[in-house]
Design a binder for this molecule. Structure first.
Ligand code: T1G
Length: 708
């Protein structure tokens, strides 16, 4: 078994290298091995200084997150090898230097803070991303970091979890210097200089001059708390980070560290950290497709084309240009094309105004985007993404034309949000090259890409699409072909219940606020106004023949459509709009009441709890059907779709993880209640029934293999 740390000597300097690929995650064993190596080397008369560095591409990605489940079970308790390791390093009487490349994150940075000095490559980054896992730094980072960069800055770094480039870290006093040549050689040279100078070790925990004035810190932290609370959408750990760092100004290092570990233990025990850790691993799990390996052939993507320069088409083209892939956009006429290209330029100009891009960046990207009204200009594209109007006849016509002009081997992708990919593929002679690439609006911003495999889609096209998602900086989730695939198919019952509770007595504002209080980015009716009530109406028209006889249908949205109230795009929908600001509209409340009364629906006061149960359990029940049908590979795939496509709060893990944490027995019982009181459309999914009766969870469920 390769050792977790490797020790080399450059004359009188010991170089201790972490060896736990791929990110040198600080498992408990690695912490013990590192401490043992440092102590052994420090005890040698022949060793005058020690350099600690990371093997492979990075210093360390922090504590080994895969160990947190066990840590949560037994409680962090007092035995936490990372504490002993970091304090043991700091206690060394000989200089210890951290030589950082790649990332020093979380426990990785805390380890570097325990060293006496820190040197980094110019491209290295540091950070405390524990907050993104619903945690706070748990290895004295909240106590050492403020001793280097002050309490307000340390609190901001911990509460945001952002990565900081090495040069900025030097300015802040967190890193001491940047390597000019070879990182380890520079570190060894510096270590020797320190030893020669006979400098006593500079122990971060003993520094106090940067802790600053408590009153000034209090004012700065109050401001930070307001900003953090606004963005946190109910997540607790950002505020807990500030609490732990603030204590560095009032407690001793030892008491501040104990206080930090207490808060860390509380966060670790929270459902929020369970949800966020589930999401962290889920983002990576969705990229693992049974049957797709490194050996699966791929098709090379050097250029792209997009059909349609509308909101979606333009956003998709920007996504390709942002990834450095040249893209040609095809429209039906020059003036529509020009409008589309202008909108792209305007979108980029907004990024420049916000300081996210420079004008040169924009020019570079715009140079990669060309326009045409002639299909023949698409003949060389390696992939063509159709982003035309959501209608089957039009899509079939386009794919038949593409089939005639696209080169052999070109991938033909449709951006349809709900329609049958197999039906679209049937319009071509190359169904093995047809696939769904469902982007979410705005396509250049939203990270989710639903990759819809058709019955005949080739493995090479799937593999290419999964890789392409990464190049486009998207999270690609492979889904099966059915109405609405995963996201929109689940959104249908979710929206349905969000409307039914209006008819039964809740107000538009109450329903939306219940959802934003739950942690959703937006309420369902605000979403509907954003996407367009006309879009939902058109989809409903496409599927109305499939609606079971006797199934209750929403009353109000069709009326709003008839009234031309499509939402933001018409200045009024569920809300009235002044700019993008939604204003509750008494006219809509009156319309809801009259339609409900006309339909004989008894109105009553509805609790926020019932509102959330009705929409969320409808979502989960559909998710269970999707899982069982194999439209989603795993329940975590469904979760990731909702985290990155629908603004579901990551600290709840996603709809299926949320249901697991509520308890499937409770979810199942409540769904049975709604079936008995609302109607047959609440019939619980068989998988949900089975898991509820077995006391199991969606996360634990394994798809039965063919032979069992
Ligand atoms: N623990 C365990 N596994 C990890 C890991 C970690 N910290 N970081 C990454 N992995 C796995 C990941 O699941 C994937 O596995 C593989 O490594 C490559 O990851 C006490 C409590 C470091 C920027 O939150 O942000 O320290 O899918 O694809 O794109 O205060 O990984 O191959 O099987 O993401 O190059 C705090 C989390 C921990 C950082 C590298 N640290 N990691 O990105 O590779 S809590 C974090 C990342 C802590 C202490 C506290 C990124 C990365 P697989 P990858 P990448």
């Amino acid at each position: 078994m390769t050792s977790l740390v490797q020790v080399d000597h450059q004359d009188d300097v010991a170089v201790v290298t972490l060896n736990h690929p791929p990110v040198n995650a600080l498992s408990q064993d690695l912490c013990r091995a590192l401490l043992a190596a440092v102590r052994t080397e420090a005890a040698k008369d022949t060793v005058r200084a020690i350099v600690i560095t990371g093997g492979g591409s990075t210093f360390s990605g922090g504590a080994d997150i895969s160990e947190f489940g066990a840590l949560r079970e037994r409680g962090p308790g007092d035995e936490f090898p990372m504490h002993d390791m970091i304090n043991g390093i700091e206690a060394c009487d000989k200089p210890v230097i951290a030589a950082i490349h790649g990332n020093a994150l979380g426990g990785g940075l805390e380890t570097a803070l325990g060293c006496h000095y820190r040197i980094a490559t110019p491209t290295a980054r540091i950070g405390l991303p524990e907050v993104k896992l619903g945690l706070i730094p748990g290895a004295m980072g909240t106590q050492r970091l403020p001793r280097l960069c002050g309490i307000p800055k340390a609190a901001e770094i911990a509460a945001s979890g952002t990565m900081i480039p090495a040069a900025e870290a030097v300015e802040l006093g967190i890193i001491d210097r940047l390597a000019e040549g070879d990182l380890v050689a520079d570190a060894v040279q510096w270590a020797r200089e320190l030893a020669d100078a006979g400098e006593p070790p500079r122990r971060t925990s003993e520094l106090t001059d940067r802790l600053g004035d408590p009153d000034a810190n209090a004012a700065a932290l109050e401001e930070l708390r307001k900003n953090v609370a606004r963005k946190a959408r109910g997540q607790e750990s950002p505020l807990r980070c500030i609490e732990a760092v603030e204590a560095a100004g009032t407690m001793s290092f030892e008491d501040g560290s104990k206080n930090e570990f207490r808060i860390f233990g509380e966060c670790l025990a929270s459902t929020q950290s369970q949800g966020l850790i589930h999401a962290f691993f889920g983002e990576r799990t969705v990229g693992k497709i049974p049957g797709i390996t490194k050996e699966t052939p791929r098709r090379e993507i050097r250029s792209a084309a997009v059909i349609g320069a509308g909101t979606m088409g333009g956003g998709i083209a920007m996504t390709y240009a942002n990834a450095g892939i040249p893209v040609v956009i095809k429209e039906v006429s020059q003036d529509v094309l020009e409008k589309g290209l202008d909108r792209i330029r305007q979108n980029y100009d907004v990024s420049v105004k916000r300081g996210k891009m420079t004008p040169e960046d924009v020019d570079q990207r715009m140079a990669l985007i060309t326009g045409t009204t002639d299909y023949s200009d698409l003949a060389d594209a390696d992939i063509i993404v159709e982003a035309a109007f959501e209608g089957m006849d039009l899509k079939k016509q386009i794919f038949s034309e593409l089939d005639a002009v696209a080169k052999p081997g070109a991938i033909l992708a449709t951006n349809t949000s709900t329609l049958d990919v197999d039906a679209i593929a049937s319009a071509t002679k190359r169904p093995e090259s047809v696939i769904g690439h469902h982007f979410f609006s705005p396509a250049n911003v939203m990270k989710l890409l639903e990759i819809v495999r058709g019955e005949k889609t080739g493995q090479d096209v799937i593999a290419t699409s999964m890789d392409l998602a990464k190049r486009l900086r998207k999270i690609g989730v492979l889904v099966g072909n059915c109405f609405g695939f995963v996201g929109n198919r689940m959104f249908w019952p979710f929206q349905r219940e969000a409307q039914f509770v209006l008819e039964e007595g809740a107000s538009v504002e109450q329903v939306d606020k219940a959802h934003t209080d739950f942690g959703m980015a937006m309420g369902p009716h605000a979403v509907s106004d954003l996407s367009g009530i006309d879009v939902f109406w058109r989809i409903n028209e496409e599927i109305k023949d499939t609606i079971p006889e006797g199934m209750r249908q929403p009353l109000v949205a069709p009326k709003l459509y008839e009234m031309g109230r499509y939402g933001q795009k018409t200045g009024a929908g569920w809300y009235r709009y002044e700019g993008r600001r939604p204003i509750p509209d008494p006219e809509v409340e009156a319309l809801i009441e009259s339609l409900a009364t006309e339909a004989g629906i008894e109105r009553r006061k509805i609790s926020d709890e019932e509102i959330i149960e009705r929409t969320m359990y409808a979502l989960v029940n559909e998710g269970a059907l999707i899982l069982e049908e194999g439209i989603a590979l795993r329940s975590v795939d469904i979760d990731i779709v909702y985290l990155y496509g629908y603004g579901f709060p990551a600290w709840r893990g996603g709809p299926m993880k949320y249901a697991d944490m509520v308890g499937l027995k409770k979810v199942y019982d409540r769904i049975c209640h709604y079936r008995d009181t609302q109607g047959f459309w609440w019939e619980p999914a068989p998988l949900l029934k089975e898991l509820a009766e077995n006391g199991s969870t969606f996360s634990e469920w394994e798809r039965p293999t063919q032979n069992n």
